[in-house]
Design a protein around this ligand. Structure first.
Ligand SMILES: [Zn+2]
Length: 194
């Protein structure tokens, strides 16, 4: 058995043994909000936002971007499960700042091995072959931290399936301090209609 697999199953066994009242949690999030955030391993939404099981929806992808699929989840979150307030949380030192569509497409076209991140960005060290399929994906990379939060809050706000009663807050999480830093331009855009 792989080490990671073994560790995960051991941890799960301990978790399940002390599961207790979590067995009777309701399906809709009790605190009626959702967080869209990055998959970065340093971010722990339960920790940085004070969540317990059953409290809130957490939607994660690379960058915490308002992709079509993130919006699909947010629409289900309010329409079927009653959330009324959303947070878009990107962060400092995000890996999505370190490449462009052109770069990742080139890396994938040359090799499917893991690339290395150095001072000049990602470079390929592995053997080919790669695949040109990367050209068909919009990677939603980030050129400007604050700007990407504003863009995503704006996209959610303007979406025809998102009602204007839902407030959408925009934040940057600082990976050096653990603090959520508000992006005022994003929150202004995301304000709920009175
Ligand atoms: Zn990130």
């Amino acid at each position: 058995m792989s080490t990671v697999l073994d560790e995960v199953l051991t941890a799960n066994d301990a978790y399940a043994r002390s599961f207790g009242e979590r067995a009777s949690l309701a399906l809709p999030p009790a605190r009626r909000f959702a967080i869209l955030t990055c998959m970065d391993a340093r971010l722990d939404p339960a920790g940085y936002a004070g969540l317990r099981e059953g409290d809130a929806h957490v939607i994660r992808n690379a960058g915490g971007r308002a992709s079509d699929d993130a919006i699909r989840s947010l629409v289900i979150s309010y329409k079927l499960l009653g959330t009324a307030e959303w947070f878009v949380v990107h962060h400092t030192d995000c890996g999505m700042e370190f490449f462009t569509d052109e770069v990742i497409r080139g890396l994938l076209a040359s090799s499917l091995e893991t690339a290395e991140l150095g001072p000049d960005g990602f470079t390929d060290v592995g053997a080919g072959p790669g695949s040109p399929e990367g050209a068909y994906i919009d990677w939603l990379t980030i050129a400007d931290q604050q700007g990407s939060v504003v863009d995503d809050v704006q996209r959610i706000r303007d979406h025809p399936l998102v009602p204007d009663r839902i407030a959408v807050h925009g934040f940057l999480y600082d990976v050096r301090s653990g603090r959520l830093l508000e992006v005022p331009d994003a929150t202004a855009v995301g304000r709920a209609a009175a």
